[in-house]
Design a protein around this ligand. Structure first.
Ligand code: NAD
Ligand code: DAU
Length: 397
């Protein structure tokens, strides 16, 4: 069955389903609550979180409360454009702080908690997994307990409206061979890195709190994001920043690992769609329909830099590509089957990889100060820890 006809089948199912009343209720909820009630966001000063806060404030009326610990990955500069917006409140704090979470839920009475906060970088999880277990597992547990206690005290429309949306990753499904089918929502979990294992554990907790305590949960599992405000430890911003500085562009292993690249604005719009229309207790995969090898992504960045920043001694930037020792346990391929969110909720990614990458490179070129601000001593220390031992260990084509 092709996508159009299977979407049509899903549509017909909805028409015939007496439980359609649930869908009507969801629309009532959207109309009544979402316009006026705040959303509590965790990790809103990080890469995806800050894009989400900006997306919400530009396209919706809800106030946003952003709880962020401001780890190395959290950056208040990302949200400087909305800092004076009366709808925006920043709270500096830790998702492991149970009394703080309880107080925020009581004080702001949010219609949703959207949970981005996490330790998110695979290489860091390999060199130091402790923080990953603490934030990703204990932190999610703390949020769930606080949300459960608060939810039990809600009545009427407030209770109907509330959602706990947990932002997770496709890495929980493990790795694919080049010919395997893409990850579906029912693909068995097989996390390979400490990061992926900690996210898988958090997903299981969210699922259990929904199943056992009737907390209205939603889980999203998405592929590799790229776009503005991404910390330059991840492949695409690292490539841009290193290339602009004439530094080596490190390619782990043979460079043939495949990722499904998702422009961050598409991810944000998917989360808003799921918040508004997702079915309680469901998981939704989110992907960009953009599977490319890593070496192709890096070469594409170099070509764009040759065009957009031609007057430097670093051109052609592709000559900086350097093969280095592989990441231990490196997953070969991720690919998302996004059929469910497309058919059930009508969401599709809008950016092609080419257009999204061009916007991304242009954003970094326009925001060289942002790069300078994040490339502090701690960042340089990380580059040393992660890359010093890798040099000359790779064999990419
Ligand atoms: P990021 O590392 O850029 O940002 C994480 C944010 O969480 C930072 O602002 C940080 O200060 C905050 N934070 C960390 N620990 C905290 C704590 N204990 N309490 C409060 N705040 C804390 O991460 P990202 O790339 O924006 O990812 C956001 C979420 O999306 C994560 O849950 C990640 O697992 C998931 N995800 C990311 C990608 C991706 O490609 N970046 C893909 C799939 C899923
Ligand atoms: O798939 C979703 C995941 O995508 C998210 O859950 C993670 O939070 C996010 O960090 C990302 O994980 P990856 O490990 O896929 O992303 P990263 O940018 O670290 O690496 C992308 C690919 O590039 C991967 O194959 C490793 C490789 N790589 C990465 C770096 C940093 C290199 O070859 N060289 C590098 O220097």
């Amino acid at each position: 069955m092709n996508l159009a006809s299977s979407c049509w089948a899903a549509h017909e199912r909805l028409q015939l389903d007496p439980a359609n009343q649930m869908i009507e209720m969801a629309f009532v909820r959207t109309d009544y609550m979402d316009k006026v009630k705040p959303i509590l966001v965790t990790g809103g000063s990080g890469f995806i979180g800050s894009n989400f806060v900006l997306h919400r404030l530009s396209e919706f009326d809800n106030p946003i409360v952003n709880l962020d610990k401001l780890t190395y990955a959290g950056n208040p500069n990302n949200l400087v454009s909305v800092a004076a917006d009366p709808r925006y409140t920043f709270v500096h704090g830790d998702i492991c702080d149970a009394p703080l979470i309880a107080q925020l839920l009581k004080e702001h009475r949010p219609s949703a908690l959207v949970h981005f906060a996490a330790e998110s970088h695979v290489d860091r999880s390999i060199l130091g997994p402790d923080a990953f277990l603490k934030t990703n597992i204990d932190g999610t547990f703390t949020l769930l307990q606080a949300a459960k206690a608060d939810y039990e005290s809600l009545r009427g429309e407030e209770k109907i409206a509330f959602r706990f949306l947990h932002v997770s990753t496709d890495e929980v499904y493990g790795t694919l061979s080049p010919t395997d089918s893409a990850f579906r929502e029912n693909t068995p979990y097989a996390p390979n890195s400490p990061y992926a294992a900690s996210k898988a554990a958090s997903d299981h907790l969210v699922r259990a709190w929904g199943h056992t305590y009737d907390l209205p949960t939603l889980i999203t599992n998405c592929s590799n994001n790229y776009g503005p405000f991404q910390f330059p430890e991840k492949l695409i911003p690292l490539t841009i920043v290193n290339a602009l500085r004439g530094k080596p562009l490190p390619i782990y292993g043979d460079g043939q690992q495949v990722r499904d690249w998702l422009y961050v604005e598409d991810h944000c719009s998917a989360i808003s769609t799921i918040l508004a229309k997702g079915s309680i207790g469901e998981c939704y995969n989110i992907g960009g329909n953009n599977q490319h090898t890593k070496i192709k992504a890096v070469q594409a960045v170099c070509t764009l830099l040759d065009e957009l920043a031609p007057n430097t001694e670093n051109c052609p930037h592709g000559r900086l590509i350097t093969c280095v020792k592989d990441r231990p346990g490196h997953d070969r391929r991720y690919a998302i089957d996004a059929h469910k969110i497309q058919c059930d909720l009508g969401w599709f990614p809008r950016q092609s990889f080419e257009a999204g990458l061009r916007k991304t490179v242009q954003w970094y070129l326009r925001n060289l100060n942002w790069i300078e601000d994040v490339a502090t001593g701690a960042y340089k220390q990380w580059l040393h820890e992660n890359y010093a031992e890798r040099n000359n260990g790779g064999a990419c084509a």
